[in-house]
Design a protein around this ligand. Structure first.
Ligand code: GRF
Length: 221
């Protein structure tokens, strides 16, 4: 029997370097998925151009043409479902999502956020880590809930803050770690090793008590 690759949709609002990392991992044979849709709330998003170049169907919806956030999210998620996607990855999708629209996706939608959650939900995470005098920064991938950057954290990549780091440099040094972290988590998810039903996340059939950590050899407890 031929194994059917997992169908994945990606939502992104910006340049799409995390999307590019997912596409690269798939092209290298490290991620057994088929990308069925890349969607955005910004028609100008670089992520859409990357998807077009890779012959992945794209979707751009303008939130301003909907009466409210829920109407936008319900339409967006319905279209994502119609693409056949089983899994949904938020890769720089800069919107808070409606709980009702999210409900059918619990455990099947992840987000990457550039901080060591629960620290620094929301914007300007690099600046906030520097201003707080933190010695360590990082990125997290978490299951998505209606709470901004608030769902259970699955895995983190950590990075020491160095003398001379500024906001831009720190973001730049973190990005290559994000690009390893996101495909690694998606790989665990589509393989079934990682599961979340809205209660406690499980990894290899055990409760995931603390986030997995990205090391030289990938993710480990
Ligand atoms: C990344 O830093 C990601 O962690 C955050 O938004 C940024 C998106 O960058 N959620 P890109 O569009 O993937 O290059």
């Amino acid at each position: 029997m031929i194994a059917v690759p997992a169908k994945v949709a990606v939502l992104a609002s910006g340049r799409g370097s995390n999307l590019a990392a997912l596409l690269d991992a798939q092209a290298r044979g490290e991620l057994p998925v088929e990308f069925v849709l890349v969607g955005s709330d910004k028609a100008s998003a670089g992520a859409l151009r990357l998807a077009e170049a890779a012959n992945i169907p794209t979707l751009a919806l303008d939130p301003r043409s909907y009466p409210d956030r829920r109407a936008f999210d319900l339409d967006l998620f319905q279209r994502v479902a119609a693409s056949g996607a089983d899994w949904l990855v938020l890769a720089g999708f800069m919107r808070i999502l409606d709980g009702e629209a999210l409900r059918p996706w619990v455990g099947r939608i992840i987000n990457i956020h550039p901080s060591l959650l629960p620290k620094y939900r929301g914007l300007h995470t690099h600046r906030r880590a520097l201003e707080a005098g933190d010695r360590e920064h990082g990125a997290s991938v978490h299951f998505v809930t209606a709470e901004l950057d608030g769902g259970p954290v699955i895995a983190q990549a950590r990075l020491p803050i160095e003398t001379g780091d500024d906001e831009q440099l720190l973001a730049q040094r973190l990005l290559p770690l994000e690009h390893r972290l996101l495909p690694a988590v998606l790989g665990l998810l589509v393989s079934g090793r990682l599961q979340w039903d809205g209660q406690a996340p499980r990894f290899d059939d055990r409760p995931l008590a603390t986030p997995l950590r990205l090391g030289d050899d990938g993710l480990s407890p």
